[in-house]
Ligand binder design. Structure first.
Ligand code: ACO
Length: 321
């Protein structure tokens, strides 16, 4: 059978680190409140010359090099982002040009914090059906440019960054590597709980992020537990069979609560939210790349990826490395 097999990963962060103490100098908050409620200790914030496309390009280049892909051999780029450089053209086309992968398919995909799961699902389908042979799937964001820096209830939660997977369509055995199963969901009823109050077709402005955090939290734990079970049942395995879970890094309490619901041991959960805060679509591939680089995720490992975000959207994907 043909599967989308992971050949390499990469990530990129802006130069500037902003600690909780730095934020406490700007809004009425404290390191203690942020750590206790979210687990976040610091985040990276894009500065001059850094944008979603520069971070995406750096992450994708690293993934491409790790995979040993020549730029000309990449025929699909899917970039998940809610913070594109421009309304159009798609930021993916800028990345494609910067990497020298011209001529193949390149497009952006918007599913906010679930963006990478959606992008991986779409790329997996396209690779398995022969529309492309080699893909870069990227999550990249500069949420610092859409948060309201005067709203302490949201500005402390987010950071900027990018992560990327280099995938290849390969003929493999049943027990071989690749993306094994993906489940994606959306429910527009909950749009008003987490949204940006602007856009080209409504206000002709970019807008700022607005969120009812407590309600998002409640839905996140329920939705994530359900979709994780759905993927496990579909694949005929149990949570105990997983080597690692790489969750969307929104809040350490969401990660812990979801792990408890599924009886997953804490040491199997890759957690980077303390270092990066919530980087939306970038968070899953960024955390994954950190765990590959530090030697935790290894070839042959069975890894579950999961995420939930604005829309609401949510999903999970099971991968044999
Ligand atoms: N510093 C100090 N105090 C604060 C801050 C802050 N940064 N923000 C809010 N507070 C205050 C509130 O004003 C409130 O004060 P009050 O009791 O006097 O009214 C108090 O802290 C408690 O506020 P809550 O909103 O009830 O706090 P909660 O424990 O729910 O934590 C949080 C808030 C961290 C946002 C939490 O609800 C959460 O993590 N929600 C999930 C949202 C999320 O992660 N979204 C990301 C996108 S979606 C996703 O990725 C899953």
């Amino acid at each position: 059978m043909i599967r989308a097999v992971l050949r390499g990963t990469g990530s990129a962060l802006p130069k500037q680190v902003v600690t909780n103490a730095d934020l406490a100098g700007k809004v009425d908050t404290s390191d203690e409140w942020i750590v206790e409620r979210t687990g976040i200790r610091q985040r990276y914030i894009a500065g001059e010359g850094e944008s979603t496309s520069t971070l995406a390009t750096d992450a994708a280049r690293a993934a491409m090099e790790a995979a040993g892909f020549e730029p000309g051999s990449v025929d699909l780029i899917v970039l998940a982002t809610a913070t594109p450089d421009n309304t159009f053209p798609a930021t993916a086309t800028k990345v494609q040009h910067a990497l020298g992968c011209n001529g193949g398919i390149a497009f952006d995909l918007a599913a906010v914090c679930t963006g990478f799961l959606y992008a991986l699902g779409v790329a997996d389908s396209m690779l398995r059906t022969g529309m492309a042979k080699r893909a870069l799937v990227i999550g990249a964001e500069t949420f610092s440019r859409i948060v309201d820096w005067e709203d302490r209830t949201t500005c402390v939660l987010f950071g900027d960054g990018a992560g990327a997977f280099a995938l290849e369509a390969v003929e493999v055995a049943e027990d071989g590597p690749g993306v094994l199963a993906t489940r994606l969901h959306a429910d527009g009823e909950h749009g008003p709980l987490l949204y940006v109050d602007g856009g080209p077709s409504t206000t002709q402005t970019v807008g700022k992020l607005r969120m009812k955090g407590r309600e998002v939290f409640r839905h996140a734990v329920v939705n994530l537990s359900e979709v994780l079970l759905e993927v496990l049942e579909g694949a005929g395995i149990s949570a105990a069979d997983l080597d690692w879970v790489v969750p969307h890094q929104a809040n350490a309490r969401i990660l812990d609560a979801t792990a408890r619901k599924l009886d997953l041991p804490a040491e199997k959960i890759i957690k980077t939210v303390d270092q990066h805060a919530n980087t939306s679509a970038a968070s899953v591939p960024l955390a994954f790349d950190i765990a590959v680089k530090d030697g935790r995720i290894k070839p042959g490992d069975l890894v579950m990826l999961e995420g939930m975000g604005g829309g609401f959207t949510w999903g999970a994907s099971l991968l044999r490395v």
